[in-house]
Design a protein. Structure first.
Length: 390
């Protein structure tokens, strides 16, 4: 079978890291015909591409590609255009009342977990990770959260489209879903809220030199990327903690270090892409200008040349130079927000519900670019015959 398509087999999707290791051992840099791209599997090579904006572009117009205006955003532009919109958003991030919002969110998380604890079991993805992630990112933006049953399927369709290089039939539905998201976000600048990131950006955007379409597209990207990265991180991390003996107890010792390890161990972002704009040698292979490059970050996170015993979940691992939020000019804007959210949810689980455990195997979605769960049935109750720990 094709070594990349093989990653979507259910048996491998549950744990793709041995398959990544086989790819890395066979050829750490190789050409994949179906993707029409070079594929990188080592940490050092992925890091080199992420941090070399001169030779590897996020803006495919630098390689002569036509990029439609609706796709131009902080995610797809390179400096100097990228610099202006990134600074606009970063200033907005820094201006928010992070502590006040965090305290409010932690109260909501505690209340939600208390309600879920009364039930025999529940779906951690649909009833905890997704609603909490959506509430968190929309509160940060300053807008009401849309209905989950409308937003989640649309967001998932956009993510499915990220794998359209392997499954072309996913492209058109993703284009349609992205257009719906754009329409939803379109009125934010015309009628901004009084508080939150959108309010800050709307006030300063006219004097920023950034085109309104780019500002609008970037705010839409913050909504979608913030939700997806946070919800998938919560699902993946919870699955790791609740299926690894002793992990929930170990998490309490140093939550910040533990979250970093959970990101490395089973990161939401498994792949990223760039286009080469100047001939470069990587891993003994010459990558020519115009060649696409796919970075298998999931493989990089389990590279034994960079991480000791990478298959082990070590919640005290330090240093931990994972690439889960990217590096360089395009490092994730909302990384700190996602880390705080994961620390709050997982910390509440470990502190207030030490008997939490899986009651069924986690079920993964067939996504290779963004890794996440479709469903994960858990309980917060002690086992029958056991008293709850305090």
């Amino acid at each position: 079978m094709d070594p990349i398509l093989d990653l979507a087999r259910p048996s491998i999707l549950r744990n793709p890291y041995p398959a990544y290791a086989r790819l890395r051992e066979a050829s750490p840099v190789f050409w994949h015909e179906l993707l029409g791209s070079w594929v990188l599997t080592r940490h050092a090579d992925c890091l080199a591409v992420l941090t070399d904006g001169h030779r590897f572009a996020s803006d495919w117009r630098r390689a002569g590609e036509d990029v439609p205006a609706p796709l131009l955003s902080v995610q797809t532009l390179d400096p100097p255009e990228h610099t202006a919109v990134r600074h606009l958003l970063l200033d907005g991030f820094r201006a928010q009342d992070h502590r006040g919002r965090q305290e409010e969110l932690e109260r909501e998380i505690a209340d939600l977990l208390a309600a879920l604890a009364d039930r025999p079991s529940f779906d951690l993805v649909g009833e905890l990770a997704e609603p909490v992630a959506l509430r968190s990112v929309t509160a940060f933006l300053g807008v009401p959260a849309p209905a989950l049953d409308w937003f989640v399927p649309m967001s998932r369709t956009v993510v499915d489209g990220m794998d359209a290089g392997l499954w072309p039939e996913k492209h058109e539905p993703a284009v349609s879903a992205r257009a719906q998201l754009a329409e939803y976000a379109g009125g934010w600048l015309a009628d901004p809220p009084k508080e939150g990131l959108i309010a800050h950006v709307a006030e300063r955007a006219p004097d920023s030199g950034v085109a309104e379409t780019v500002v609008r597209n970037s705010l839409r990207a913050v909504l979608h990327a913030g939700y997806e990265s946070a919800s998938r991180l919560l699902g993946n991390a919870s699955a790791a903690l609740l299926t690894t003996p002793g992990a929930l107890d170990a998490f309490r010792a140093d939550p910040a270090t533990a979250v970093d390890e959970l990101i490395r161990y089973d990161a939401p972002v498994q792949a990223d892409a760039r286009v080469c704009v100047a001939d470069t040698e990587l891993g003994g292979v010459t990558i020519r200008a115009g060649d696409p490059v796919t970075l298998l970050l999931g493989a990089a996170h389990h590279d034994p040349l960079r991480f000791d015993q990478p298959a082990e979940l070590r919640l005290d691992r330090t240093p931990n130079p994972h690439l889960g939020f990217g590096r360089g000019a395009h490092a994730c804007l909302g990384a700190s927000m996602a880390i705080r959210l994961a620390g709050s949810v997982l910390g509440a689980l470990a502190r207030d519900h030490p008997d939490a455990r899986a009651v069924a195997e986690p079920i993964h979605r067939r996504n290779l670019t963004l890794r996440g769960l479709d469903r994960f049935e858990v309980t917060l109750r002690p086992r029958v015959g056991e008293e709850a720990r305090t």
